[in-house]
Write a protein that binds this ligand. Structure first.
Ligand SMILES: [Fe+2]
Length: 194
């Protein structure tokens, strides 16, 4: 997938949280946003953290319809079994390699290697874990629609153990800045045309 094939992030006002009751954007749109941003390291290189003491997700971009997080993973780091509340998502690994672990009732978990440019779709209700088993750090781009409001965590037997709210952190990028970076040939607002 090329950068120019990615759509501009859907026009929306900056948001501090999710639109109540909003439907997720289509999977193909989420995938294009994830792939486009993964292919634009200048947008996230300065904010991604690879901290062996713990993951430090950074909220890169947020609108009423979707948000984007960038996460750095050092060797051995993982989340734990979790869902994404009422959000759908797409995740793509921009650097390194991650493994998605999807539990199955009555059987061993299914594992997917996440690497390369192909985003993984996360349907609403997906329960999984993600882990960096590689020797090298990894960087991933996560798109959620509507923006995350909570995540529920599970035991290995898929019993829910906790639901945590997700704070709508101030995003690093303004939507216009991301759209301009993804589509540098697009017309700029008059006051910026020099
Ligand atoms: Fe997840």
């Amino acid at each position: 997938m090329t950068l120019t094939a990615s759509p501009a992030p859907p026009a929306a006002a900056p948001s501090t949280g999710a639109c109540a009751g909003a439907e997720p954007l289509p999977a193909a749109v989420l995938a294009d946003i994830a792939a486009g941003l993964a292919a634009a390291p200048p947008l996230w290189r300065s904010v991604v953290r690879h901290d062996p003491d713990g993951r430090r997700p950074a909220r890169l971009l947020a609108t009423d319809r979707y948000e984007v997080w960038v996460i750095g993973w050092t060797t051995g780091q993982h989340v734990r079994l979790h869902d994404h509340g009422t959000s759908a998502g797409a995740v793509v690994v921009a650097e390194g390699e991650l493994v998605e672990v999807v539990p199955r009732v009555g059987g061993p978990p299914v594992e997917h290697v996440l690497g390369g440019v192909r985003p993984r779709h996360l349907a609403v209700g997906t329960v999984h874990d993600v882990v960096n088993r590689a020797a090298a750090p990894a960087t991933s781009i996560h798109v959620y629609s509507p923006p995350l409001t909570s995540m529920t965590y599970y035991d290995d037997d898929l019993t829910p153990v906790a639901t945590d709210p997700v704070a709508p952190e101030r995003p690093v990028l303004a939507p216009r800045a991301a759209a301009r970076a993804l589509h540098p040939s697009a017309p700029r607002p008059r006051q910026e045309a020099r």
